[in-house]
Design a protein around this ligand. Structure first.
Ligand code: NAI
Length: 335
């Protein structure tokens, strides 16, 4: 099967080639650096399958071009499919596959890395020591094991975070409308209000929905402990960045760790070090010493990339054999 892979980085190629080889090389990969859009879709002409990533545009126009070029299946190398027009895909008879779950531990461990770095100010200490500054002023931390951590969302990732924090001795609070039974003994289930009021550290692990959009906003910040630490490795729009800036300026937020950002499509996954950042809100966030930002890298471990590549090949092989990806994306209900 011919597969055109969009938005390819060196690491995608490495892991997809390995997974393809392990499966007996069922796919002939053609790697492109270009992001998928209506304009670039013609590059896939003649390929029965394409492979796309989280910031590719799989809209009606792109799907129309893909269908005209003979594409029958889109294999997403991610879990989310908010960038896909499912109705247009159905209209063009293009199947969509995704990777429903890869390593939750990868994201959980990055979350804890952010908590520890912000608390012990590792990002600042690293720079100081390189400049021969061994002063400790400004680097004062706290004992994590004596603090209360609130987890909003305790699915695959939230529960993995709870397990790690339990090991540190933290008191873990959780709010989740459908908590998994495995949470028993790891966290106390409380209301969101209680969690906001009682937590020293709040970490977001719920999906982005109309209900959770800007869950961290001016009103919810006012209900949190002054100087709270907020970590977002979920989705950028869970946090209102403008409200966060106001909270950082007033001291309401004592520490902020972000792996995701509401407007990240224009920023993340590319080297932009030779140009001015156009997003003023993002640029302002970068100026605070108590803000730590990573560019959507929480998932980025060997194990997670192996799992993503293996599931992608599985989707493609299943489609070639049965006309259906192994992990198909369910179509939206009509209307
Ligand atoms: P999951 O589906 O296993 O768990 C989500 C949990 O959130 C569920 O238990 C659900 O009941 C709960 N939830 C839903 N609405 C809620 C609400 N209003 N308040 C509190 N809890 C609520 O998902 P998983 O795999 O644990 O992923 C969590 C988040 O992490 C997702 O938003 C995902 O997009 C994000 N993520 C981020 C990555 C990164 O690299 N930064 C990589 C992978 C996922």
């Amino acid at each position: 099967m011919d597969v055109t892979v969009f938005s390819t980085k060196r690491y995608d190629r490495r892991f997809l080639d390995a997974a393809n080889e392990a499966a007996g090389n069922p796919c002939r990969m053609r790697y492109l650096e270009a992001r998928l859009s209506a304009e670039s879709a013609t590059l896939a002409s003649g390929a029965q399958a394409i492979c796309a990533f989280v910031n590719d545009t799989v809209d009606a126009a792109a799907l129309g071009q893909l269908a005209a070029g003979g594409t029958r299946v889109v294999a997403l190398r991610c879990a989310g499919f908010n960038n896909v027009d499912l109705k247009a895909a159905a209209a063009h008879d293009i199947a969509i596959g995704r990777v429903p779950a890869y390593s939750p531990e990868a994201v959980a461990e990055h979350t804890v890395a952010m908590i520890l770095s912000l608390n012990r100010k590792i990002h600042r200490a690293y720079n100081r020591v390189r400049e021969g500054n061994f002063a400790l002023d400004g680097l004062l931390g706290f004992d994590l094991g004596r603090r209360t951590v609130g987890l909003v969302g305790t699915g695959k990732i939230g529960i993995a975070v709870a397990r790690i924090l339990k090991g540190f001795g933290c008191r873990v609070l959780a709010c989740d409308p459908a908590p998994p039974p495995a949470l028993d003994g790891l966290a106390e289930l409380v209301s969101l209000d209680r969690l906001l009021a009682a937590s020293d550290i709040i970490s977001l692990h719920c999906p982005l929905t109309p209900q959770t959009r800007h869950l961290v906003n001016e009103a919810s910040l006012a209900r949190m402990k002054p100087g709270v630490m907020i970590i977002n490795t979920g989705r950028g729009a869970l946090l209102d960045a403008t409200a966060a800036i106001a909270g950082l300026k007033s001291g309401a937020i004592g520490y902020l760790g972000l792996d995701v950002y509401e407007e990240e499509e224009e920023l993340f996954f590319e080297d932009q070090s030779n140009q001015a950042i156009q997003d003023d809100v993002f640029a302002r966030l970068l100026t605070f010493p108590n803000v730590l930002i990573t560019g959507h890298q929480a998932f980025f471990t060997v194990e997670a990339l192996e799992a993503i590549a293996a599931a992608t090949i599985e989707n493609l092989v299943a489609f070639a054999e049965t006309g259906r990806p192994a992990y198909p994306v369910a179509l939206e209900p009509a209307g």
